[in-house]
Design a protein around this ligand. Sequence first.
Ligand code: AMP
Length: 440
Amino acid sequence: MSFKELGLSDPILRSLEDLKHSEPSEIQKQAIPIVLSGKNIMAAAQTGTGKTGSFVLPMIELLQNQAKPYRKHVHALVLTPTRELAAQVRESVYTYGKFTSTTSAAIFGGAKIFPQKTKLKKGLDILVATPGRLLDLHNQKSVKLNQVQILVLDEADHMLDMGFIHDIKKIIALTPPDRQNLLFSATFSPEIKKLAQSLGTDLVEIAVDSPNSTVSAIKQIVYKVDKNQKSNLLSHLIHSEQWPQALVFSRTKYGSEKIAKKLNAADIHTATIHGDKTQGARTRALREFKEKDVRVLVATDVAARGIDISNLPYVVNFDMPTYPNDYIHRIGRTGRAGKAGTAISFLSIDEQKFLRGIEELIDSKIPQKIEEGFKPTDKPESRSKLKNFRSKKSGFEKRQAAKKGKGDFKKSNTGSKNRSSQNKKKGSKAKTRWKKGKGA
Ligand code: AMP
C-alpha cells in the first residue's frame, strides 16, 4: 500500500518523496486512514516505528484545506512529555508540511517565553507543547484552546510517569468536547487506559507491536559486571568493538557527569544531557551527537525521552532501569525504522531485581555475558549483614521508643528531674555548637 492510497494529497506526497519514505510503516498504514476519517484512536506504538508520521501526516492533510485559525487560536494541539520530543515533533510537522501552508510552533519550558508568545499571536494550525509551559501561556492569555479540533497525547505513558496527569486534565478541559483525540503510548498501564476512557468511549484501538514488547530488530545483551568496573567495561567495549556511537543511560544526573568524565579521560568524546543542564546546552549536546561530532551521549531517562537519532547502533543501560517500562523506551532509541541495533545492559549484583522486572514485562530472558577481564567478584549483601541492618533502629523507631520510655517513666515517676535536666544540658550545648558553627 502506498501513501497515496492512504489518502494523502500531492503536497504531502512530495515531501515524503524528498525524505525518501517510499512506503508507509505499519503504524502509518493503520492509523492514517482512521485519523483522516475523523475517528479517535488509542495506538500502541513504540518509538522508531514511524508513529510521529502516523498522526502528523493526516493532521496536515485535514488542516491544510481549512480556514486559518484566529489570533492566538490553535486547530491541533500535540502534547509531549519533554522539550526534546516537542522540538522533534514540530520538526516533523515542518518537514512533512513544507509544501503546504501549515503553520506550526513548539513551546516548552526552559526557553524564553516572550518569543513563544510572539509565535502564538497570529494563531497556528498545529501547536506542539509540553503541558506546564502551555498552561503558563494559557494563564497569561497568550494562547486560546477553545477551537482545538485535534488533540494528540504523544508518549502518554511518559507524561503520566512524569506526573503531568493534572496538567493534562486541565488542558483537556480547556478544549472543546467534540474534538478528535489521538493517544499514543508505547506501553499500556491501567492508568493510560483510564486516561483513554476519559477521552471518549469510541476510541479505535490499534497496535503495531504488541504493547510491552521490545522492537524485534534490537539485539539485547546483559553484561554481568561489578559496579565499580562499569566505566572501565564501557570504555573497553567502545574501544575494542569500535562502536561508532552510543547513547548511554544513567540513573542520575550526577552519575551521568561521572561517566562522561571517565569516558572523556579515556579519549572518547562524550557529552551529557540531563535536567540540570540549560535548554541551550541540551540542544547543543543533542545536535553535536546527531551530527556525529560527539561519540557518546550520556543521558538520564527524562532528558532522553522520545529523541530520534537515526542510525544509532548502540544503547547502553549503564544502570539497570528501576522501572521496567523505561527499559523498553531506552532500548527503543536504537533499531529505529527497521534498522539493526544493539542494547547492552550492565548488571551489578544489587540490580538483579530490576532485571527480573524487565524480563517479566517483556516476557523473555535476555542473554547474559561476562566480558573477559571483567568477571564480577562482588558478593550479594550477606543475610547477617541485612539482619544487622534491620536490627538497627531507624530515627523514627528510636524516637518512638524514647517517647514510650518517657511515658513509662512518667508513670513510675522516679528520677524525672535528673533526666529532664540532663536533656536541658544537652539542648543548651547543642545550641551553643550551632551558634558557633554559624559564626564560623
Ligand atoms: P518515529 O517513530 O516517528 O520517531 O520515527 C522514527 C524514524 O523513522 C524517523 O527518523 C522517521 O523519519 C523515520 N520514518 C518514519 N516513517 C518512515 C517511513 N514511512 N519510511 C522510512 N522512514 C520513516
